[in-house]
Design a binder for this molecule. Structure first.
Ligand code: CMC
Length: 428
C-alpha cells in the first residue's frame, strides 16, 4: 500500500488503499469496497479493472512500450530466440547455459504425441478449423499423461511447460496435415523448435522440407513477438480458468478458444482477408477507409486499434520492418503489403483514426510475414496460439505459485425482470 483515496458515498467518506506498481502505474484497491459500503464497481469490458498484480509483462500503451520481465521487446527481437524468450517469460530471467540446454532437451524429448492421440486426428472432419482441433487436443494431452498435471515443484513445472510448448507445435502441424489429407509427420530430434515445426508442417513421406535460415529466423521472430501481452482476453481466460485450480492444460485449452475470435487472435486472419478483398475487388484504399469511417455494415480496419495501445504497437513496427527484409531475402513480393502500407499511411493522417488514437497493432503486418514464409491462412491464429503459449503458462504459474490466490469471480449488476412467477404450461 502506498496511500489512500477518499470516496464519498451517501454522505459517508471511505478510505481506500492505493498502490503503485514498479513502473509507476497507480491503482485504487477496492477489494473491500462491497463489504464496507455495499457498492461494487461497474466496468464493462474491464477497461479500468486491474484483475491481478503480475510480474510478467509491462505495457505502456501511451508510450508504445512492451517489456517481457523488464526487457524491451526491441532488444529481444534483435537477439533472442523464441525458446529463450519463452523461458524468460515463464521463469522470470534469461536462462543460464545449463537451464537453456536442459530445457531444449526437454522440448526435444517431449515433441512426440501419444500414438493413440494421433488417431484422434482422423476423427475430425477434414474441414475442421485447426483452432477447434488445437483446443480439443491440448485438453486431451492431460488425459494421456495425467502425471504431467500434478505440479508440486519447479521441476514438475519445467516438465509440464516443455510438454505443452513442444506438443502444441506437433498438434498444430498435425491439425494442418489432417485438414489437407496428408499423413502426419513425426518430429525430428535433430531440429530446433521453429525448424521442427516447419518440418512437421511441410515435409511429406517422400520429401523432407528444409527450412532456410531466413524462414526459420522469421518464424522465431513471429513467435517471440507474440509470447506475452499481459492481461489480454485469452490470458485473462487462462487465469480465470486456472484460478479454479483447473490444470495447466485445461486452462491453456480455454485460452485457445478465447484467442480464436476475430477481435483477438483471429484478427490476423481477418486483416489478410480484408487486404485480399481490397486487392481482388480493385477498390481504392480511400474508398475502403471511407467505408470504415462510415461504419458501413460494421466494416472495421482490421489490424488497427487496441484497448491498451493509444500509440504504435511496438510489435507492429518490428513486423513491418521484418516483412520488408524477409520478402527481399526470399526474393518475393506481395501485393497485400503495398495495400497495407497505403492503408496505414491513409489512416494515420485521417482525423477519424487520429481522434480515436487508432494505430496498427500486431495483427496488421503479421499475416503478411506468415504468408511470406508459406504458412496458410487457416493456420494464422494457430501460429498466434503457439507463440502465446509462454504467456499463458507464465500467467497460470503466477496463479498456481500464489498461495493467497482466490478463485476469479466477478460480480454483476442484475438488470433483468423481478418478481416473476412460474406459470403452468397451458397458461403461457
Ligand atoms: N476500425 C475502425 N474503427 C475502430 C477500430 C478499427 N479497427 N478500432 C476501434 N475503432 C473505433 C470504434 O468503432 C470506436 O469508435 P466510436 O468512438 O465512434 O464508437 C472507437 O474506435 C473505440 O473503439 P472500441 O471498439 O471501443 O475499442 P476497444 O478497446 O473496445 O477495442 C479492439 C479494441 C482491438 C477490439 C478494436 O480496436 C478492434 O476491433 N480492432 C480491430 C480488430 C483487431 O485488429 N484486433 C486485434 C487486436 S491486437 C491483438 C490481439 O489482441 O489479439
Amino acid at each position: 500500500m502506498s496511500g489512500v483515496a477518499r470516496l464519498e458515498l451517501d454522505g459517508t467518506v471511505y478510505e481506500l488503499p492505493t498502490y503503485v506498481g514498479t513502473e509507476g502505474e497507480r491503482a485504487i484497491d477496492i477489494s473491500k469496497l462491497r463489504d464496507t459500503t455495499g457498492y461494487i464497481t461497474l466496468d464493462d469490458g474491464y477497461g479500468n479493472t486491474g484483475s491481478c498484480r503480475s510480474a510478467v509483462t509491462f505495457i505502456d500503451g501511451d508510450a508504445g512500450i512492451l517489456r517481457y520481465r523488464g526487457i524491451p521487446i526491441e532488444e529481444l527481437a534483435g537477439r533472442s530466440s523464441f525458446v529463450e524468450t519463452a523461458w524468460l517469460v515463464i521463469f522470470g530471467t534469461l536462462p543460464t547455459v545449463e537451464q537453456r540446454d536442459r530445457f531444449s532437451t526437454l522440448l526435444s524429448d517431449s515433441a512426440m504425441i501419444d500414438e493413440v492421440m494421433r488417431k484422434h486426428f482422423n476423427a475430425f472432419p477434414q474441414s475442421a478449423p485447426p483452432m477447434a482441433i488445437l483446443s480439443a487436443m491440448i485438453n486431451t494431452l492431460s488425459a494421456h499423461d495425467a502425471g504431467v498435471t500434478q505440479i508440486e515443484d519447479d521441476a514438475d513445472m519445467e516438465r509440464a511447460t516443455a510438454v505443452l510448448m513442444s506438443k502444441v507445435r506437433t498438434i498444430a502441424a498435425a491439425s494442418y496435415k489432417a485438414s489437407i489429407g496428408e499423413p502426419l509427420v513425426y518430429p525430428r530430434y535433430d531440429l530446433k523448435y521453429a525448424e521442427n515445426f516447419l518440418h512437421m508442417m511441410f515435409s511429406v513421406p517422400y520429401r523432407q522440407f528444409e527450412a532456410t535460415p531466413e524462414v526459420t529466423a522469421a518464424l522465431n521472430l513471429f513467435l517471440m513477438l507474440h509470447a506475452d501481452h499481459e492481461q489480454n482476453c485469452s490470458t485473462s481466460t487462462v487465469r480465470m480458468v486456472g484460478s479454479s485450480k483447473a490444470n495447466l492444460f485445461a486452462s491453456c485449452a480455454a485460452g485457445v478458444c478465447a484467442l480464436w475470435g476475430p477481435l483477438h487472435g483471429g484478427a490476423n486472419v481477418a486483416a489478410v482477408q480484408m487486404l485480399q478483398q481490397i486487392n481482388d475487388s480493385g477498390m481504392p484504399v480511400a474508398e475502403f477507409v471511407r467505408k470504415v469511417k462510415n461504419k458501413d455494415e460494421g466494416v472495421k480496419l482490421m489490424g488497427f486499434g487496441h484497448r491498451v495501445y493509444k500509440n504504435f504497437d511496438p510489435r507492429s513496427k518490428i513486423l513491418k520492418k521484418s516483412v520488408d527484409e524477409v520478402l527481399a531475402q526470399l526474393d518475393k513480393t506481395d501485393p497485400l503489403l503495398d495495400i497495407a502500407l497505403e492503408l496505414e499511411a491513409a489512416a494515420l493522417e485521417d482525423d477519424y483514426f487520429i481522434e480515436r488514437k487508432l494505430y496498427p497493432n500486431v495483427d496488421f503486418y503479421s499475416g503478411i510475414l506468415l504468408r511470406a514464409i508459406g504458412i496458410p491462412l487457416e493456420m494464422f491464429t494457430v501460429m498466434f496460439a503457439i507463440g502465446r503459449m509462454p504467456g499463458w503458462i507464465a500467467n497460470w504459474k503466477e496463479i498456481n505459485d500464489d498461495e493467497k490466490s482466490r478463485i476469479y469471480r466477478p460480480r454483476q449488476i442484475y438488470v433483468g425482470p423481478t418478481g416473476v412467477q412460474w406459470q403452468p404450461r397451458d397458461e403461457r
